[in-house]
Design a protein around this ligand. Structure first.
Ligand code: SF4
Length: 325
C-alpha cells in the first residue's frame, strides 16, 4: 500500500476578482494560488510550508472543495475530485478529512465532544447503530489520549491541546486515509505542540495514515514530513525530501525560513551562504513582477525583476524556481 499515489494536485489555481474601488476603476485579479502541483502517496507525509498569506490554507480548502478552484485538477486515486458529482464526492470525503488550526472554532460549541466525534459517522453511515457509534466514540477518545468517560462534556471544558485531540478523533472516526492538517499545532504552547505532533506520528504509524501537513514553521514540518513543498505568494518555489531541504536548501526563500528556526543546523559545506532576507511577504493583490521573491531576495539581480524563474528539477527529486540555481 505504501507508495500508492493517493492525492495529486496539478496546476491548481484560485484567482479572485477584486471589485474596482471606483466606477471608472478596473477589476483586478488576485492569484491566491497559481498553478501549484504536488502529490501525496499512501503512508507518507508531505509538508507544505510558507508564511501567512502564501496560499497554504486556500490550497487545503480547494482540495476539500470548500472553495471552487479557478483551474487545475485534483485527483484522488486517479479520480477527478473537482468534477465529481456531490454524492460521489461525499463518499470520497470519508477518506480525506481535515483538521484545523483552531479546534474551538471547528467544533460545534452546542455539541458535546462525543456528539462531535459521532457526527461524521452519522454522515457516512458507519457504524449504522447508535450503540456501536457511542462505543466507537469512547474508543477513539482513548486512542487520542483522552478519557472516554468525558464524552458528555463540551469543547470549552477542554484545553487547546485536548480540543486538537478531539479534532483528530473526528478525522479518525470514519477511517480517513489522508488527513489534511492545516496549522494543527500553531495555536498551542510549545510543550503541547510536541505531544500533539507525537500523537499524529503514532497514529500515522498505527493506521498507515498519510498527511498533508501545512505549517508556517519549517522546524515543525521537518519533524513530521518525508517531503517538503515550499510555497511563496501562491506558487511553489522548492520541493525536495525533508533531508535534502535541510542539507542543501536551494531557494533563497527556503534558506530564509531555515534561518528563522532557532539554532538551525548549519547547512552542509558547499551550500551557498546567503545573507538574511528581509521584509514581509507582499500582498497578492499587487504582487511583484518577475520572480515573486525579488523584493526580499538578497541575491536579486536585474533579470529577477523581469523574468519569472521556471520551476525545474535541479537534482533528482529536487525542484526549485530560482534563476541562480
Ligand atoms: Fe532571488 Fe532571483 Fe532567485 Fe528570485 S530568481 S529567488 S530574486 S535570486
Amino acid at each position: 500500500m505504501t507508495g500508492t499515489r493517493l492525492l495529486e494536485a496539478e496546476g491548481l489555481a484560485k484567482h479572485f476578482k477584486l471589485r474596482p474601488a471606483s466606477l471608472l476603476g478596473t477589476t483586478r485579479l488576485v492569484k491566491a494560488v497559481d498553478g501549484v502541483s504536488f502529490h501525496v502517496d499512501a503512508g507518507e507525509t508531505l509538508g507544505l510550508v510558507g508564511e501567512s498569506g502564501s496560499g497554504k490554507s486556500t490550497i487545503a480548502r480547494l482540495l476539500m472543495r470548500l472553495v471552487p478552484a479557478s483551474g487545475g485538477a485534483v485527483r484522488w486515486r486517479g479520480e477527478d475530485v473537482l468534477a465529481l458529482p456531490a454524492d460521489r464526492f461525499k463518499a470520497l470525503r470519508r477518506d480525506m478529512q481535515m483538521i484545523f488550526q483552531d479546534p474551538l472554532s471547528s467544533l460545534n460549541p452546542s455539541y458535546t465532544v462525543g456528539e462531535s466525534i459521532e457526527e461524521p459517522m452519522i454522515v457516512h453511515g458507519a457504524p449504522p447503530d447508535r450503540t456501536s457509534r457511542r462505543a466507537r466514540v469512547r474508543e477513539l477518545m482513548e486512542q487520542v489520549g483522552l478519557d472516554g468517560s468525558q464524552a458528555a462534556k463540551y469543547p470549552h471544558e477542554f484545553s487547546g491541546g485536548q480540543r486538537q485531540r478531539i479534532g483528530i478523533a473526528r478525522a479518525l472516526a470514519v477511517d480517513a486515509k489522508l488527513i489534511i492538517a492545516d496549522e494543527p499545532v500553531s495555536s498551542l504552547d510549545v510543550s503541547i505542540q510536541a505531544q500533539v505532533l507525537n500523537l499524529m506520528q503514532d497514529l500515522k504509524d498505527r493506521y498507515g495514515l498519510s498527511y498533508l501537513f501545512i505549517a508556517h514553521d519549517l522546524a515543525v514540518v521537518k519533524h513530521m514530513s518525508r517531503r517538503v513543498a515550499v510555497l511563496y505568494l501562491g506558487r511553489l518555489v522548492e520541493t525536495a525530501t525533508s533531508a535534502e531541504i535541510y542539507r542543501r536548501p536551494a531557494h533563497p526563500y527556503t534558506r530564509m525560513l531555515l534561518q528563522a528556526i532557532p539554532r538551525a543546523r548549519v547547512p552542509t559545506p558547499g551550500t551557498p551562504r546567503t545573507p538574511p532576507a528581509t521584509g514581509e511577504i507582499p500582498s497578492p493583490i499587487d504582487p511583484p513582477g518577475g520572480c515573486p521573491f525579488h523584493t526580499r531576495c538578497p541575491l536579486a539581480e536585474t533579470r529577477c525583476r523581469r523574468d519569472v524563474p521556471a520551476f525545474r528539477e535541479i537534482a533528482p527529486g529536487h525542484h526549485a524556481a530560482c534563476h541562480l540555481v
